[in-house]
Design a protein. Structure first.
Length: 187
């Protein structure tokens, strides 16, 4: 998998940092896909995603590496000056529910705290609603994981967005388990 990780600083959010999506493709660098992807387990995908997020957090530095200069950033971390978020485009670039679920599970809660950014919160809301809309058409496979992340407070949206997702999910004719998750989203 060729990986391009970096920090995205949106023009309108100069003090924010963002863990960009894992823009790349399976090429066999991290996973042996010479026989196709049928033998790649969900656990393996989660392990690779966890590793990629770890690499992004450490600014692509090896463990124990010392900074080259006093001002060099060694890690992407929250501070009073800005937040580090997983770029919502990550959930758009990858239509595989296992990849989306792996990102949600591997990310730190602070990296999914979209309530601090109106634009990102709106983008993630649209993504969750698209999953909800696709559920009955046989797509939207990441919906259970997204509702679970919202219900547990790991994926946090602005209140207006969170309530909109909750309301839309409760109005949908979802299976009982997903209805229960939707009811568990804080109101």
């Amino acid at each position: 998998m060729e990986i391009k990780l970096g920090v995205l600083r949106p023009r309108d959010h100069p003090k924010s940092q963002c863990l960009c999506g894992f823009q790349g493709f399976f090429r066999g660098d991290y996973l042996d896909t010479s026989d196709g992807t049928a033998n790649v387990s969900q656990a393996t995908v989660f392990t690779v995603v966890s590793n990629l997020l770890c690499v992004a957090r450490s600014n692509n530095r090896e463990l124990g590496a010392r900074p080259g200069s006093p001002g060099e950033v060694l890690s992407l971390a929250q501070s009073v000056y800005g937040h580090v978020l997983v770029d919502p485009i990550t959930f758009l670039n990858y239509n595989d529910a296992i990849l989306k679920a792996s990102v949600l599970r591997a990310a730190k809660p602070s990296e999914l705290m979209y309530e601090v950014d109106e634009i990102y919160s709106s983008q993630v809301t649209e993504i969750v609603l698209a999953e909800l809309g696709g559920w009955h058409a046989g797509s939207g496979d990441a919906l259970p994981e997204m509702l679970l992340a919202m219900a547990t407070g790991k994926l946090r949206l602005r209140e207006i967005d969170r309530l909109h997702v909750r309301d839309m999910a409760l109005r949908s004719s979802l299976p009982p388990l997903l209805q229960s998750l939707a009811r568990s989203i804080p109101s």
